[in-house]
Design a protein around this ligand. Structure first.
Ligand code: ATP
Length: 462
């Protein structure tokens, strides 16, 4: 059970270059974060693990990368323009604004006043003008979810890859929501990334597929290092369901600020494909939609039993990348008391997620032979294609180990005087030391066998 506090995570993330407040030098943009040198690696590794599980390991899912700028009609048809809002209240005393459903005891979180306005809906979508004329007719939305790009490309993917039901389309990308109160670090932000799968099934098989995907997604999060005791499933109540969902199971994680949603697995029925196949006049879009020629396409696939066209149902596991990063950091963050009475911070990340896979440390940075050997070792390991191999040039072995423990580097390889045949033990020539992050144990191994050893370690750790 992680006893990690949000402060210790925020601190580590800034100190070691994982995550920074965006536009920090100008005072920060609220609810927006930037990923630093190690954060970008961790985030990319999490996304790659998801892509691998969804697209590479299966034969029934294709990938997609759709645009962020979204035509207004898409989000009108999808129901987002009318209903994608949160209830907002104002505090009459201090003028701050809050999400009504997150207010505790009916009081303003900032000043404690109970003098709040009635809740009113606040649409969370960001608008931006498109082209040189910025008026009511020339705008697009920044997508509030990646899903709509998948629905709009349903026919393109179907026509170009000819999949048979059931099949899925997977996408990872940015989404934007003008959250009323972004908070809890990267948990609730205004710009974030989603990993979304839309899995299309024949109607009638949807409940079964929904259950299967909930199970598969929990198993995947466990494989990213999250302990089952920190994960929970929460079937949403009828009144909590989004406008498109028949049923949704939230996968919750024990974040530092509480048990909260990490991923939602929704049964979106045929709502979206059905809406995008509707006559635009029904939605009051006549002039604009005719002009843009959308929505005349029927988004159907052949029924596997009869081959007649049907509008498939869709199961959607939708995970937040940023919440995923926060969850794996929470789980991995460990403060340990060592036998010699000192303490260390160690990020016990799963090796495939670690930003740096191996740090190569020359014991003396002013000895050209050691430096050259260490560089050769780095190049040798780089060829394995396992990710970032870091040449560590701090010149202080103790400090290097501490730093790599803190950023979760699973292995450190040290090149010393023995390696170059100038130590006390000539028999150790052409060997290096490998130190394990979690056990802190060191083993000596021949350079000739190093690549094989490290490749074996990373493939076994998956
Ligand atoms: P919440 O109830 O927490 O606002 P939601 O139910 O609106 O979330 P979904 O629309 O189901 O979220 O989005 C799918 C996933 O996208 C969420 O499970 C979450 O991981 C991520 N997500 C949604 N909103 C945000 C946000 N503002 N910041 C970071 N991640 C988000």
């Amino acid at each position: 059970m992680p006893a990690t506090s949000m402060d210790s995570l925020v601190n580590l993330c800034k100190r070691r270059g994982f995550i920074f407040q965006s536009s920090d030098i100008y005072g920060g943009l609220q609810g927006v974060y930037d990923y630093g040198p190690l954060g970008v690696e961790l985030k990319n590794n999490l996304k790659a693990a998801w892509w691998r599980a969804m697209v590479y390991e299966r034969d029934d899912i294709e990938g997609l990368d759709a645009a962020i700028l979204t035509h207004r009609s898409v989000l009108k048809h999808s129901g987002h323009e009318a209903t994608f809002s949160d209830p907002m209240v104002d505090c009459r005393k201090c003028k701050s604004r809050w999400r009504a459903d997150q207010i505790k005891d009916g009081k303003c979180e900032k000043c404690g006043s109970a003098d709040l306005t009635e809740p009113r809906p606040f649409n969370l979508m960001f608008k931006t003008s498109v082209g040189p004329v910025a008026d009511e007719d020339h705008f697009a939305y920044l997508r509030p979810e990646t899903a709509q790009g998948i629905f709009c490309n349903f026919k393109n993917v179907l026509d170009s890859t000819s999949p048979k039901l059931p099949f899925g389309i997977a996408q990872i990308g940015k989404a934007f929501r003008n959250e009323i109160t972004p908070k809890n670090f990267i948990f609730r932000v205004r710009e974030f990334e989603q990993m979304e799968l839309e899995f299309f099934v024949a109607p009638g098989t949807d409940d079964e597929w929904h259950a299967k995907w909930v199970e598969a997604r929990v198993a995947w999060w466990r494989a990213q290092g999250l302990e089952s005791g920190n994960l929970q499933q929460y079937p949403q109540k009828k009144e909590e369901l989004a406008h498109y969902a028949k049923a949704t199971v939230d996968i919750l994680y024990r974040f530092p600020h509480g048990m909260e949603e990490l991923e939602g697995v929704a049964n979106r029925t045929d709502f979206d494909l059905g809406s995008h196949s509707k006559d635009p006049q029904e939605l009051g879009l006549k002039a604009k939609v005719d002009e843009n020629k959308d929505s005349v396409v029927k988004l159907t696939a052949p029924d596997p039993a009869t081959q007649k066209p049907l509008v498939p149902f869709v199961i959607e596991p939708s995970a937040g990348v940023d919440r995923g990063v926060l969850a794996v950091l929470t789980e991995a963050y460990t403060e340990e008391k060592l036998e010699n009475g000192t303490e260390r911070i160690v990020l016990k990340l799963k090796p495939h997620l670690a930003p740096i896979k191996v740090a190569v440390i020359p014991l003396a940075r002013n000895k050209p032979e050691i430096v050259e050997k260490a560089r050769q070792v780095k190049d040798l390991l780089l060829k394995l294609g396992i990710g970032r191999i870091y040449y560590e040039n701090s010149g202080n072995i103790g400090k290097s180990y501490r730093r790599h423990d803190e950023v979760g580097t699973p292995l450190c390889v040290t090149v010393d005087f023995d390696t170059i045949g100038k130590g006390e033990k000539p028999e150790l020539a052409d060997t290096v030391t490998i130190r394990d992050r979690d056990t802190m144990k060191q083993v000596r191994i021949r350079v000739a066998g190093l690549a094989g050893h490290i490749a074996g370690y990373f493939s076994a750790a998956r």
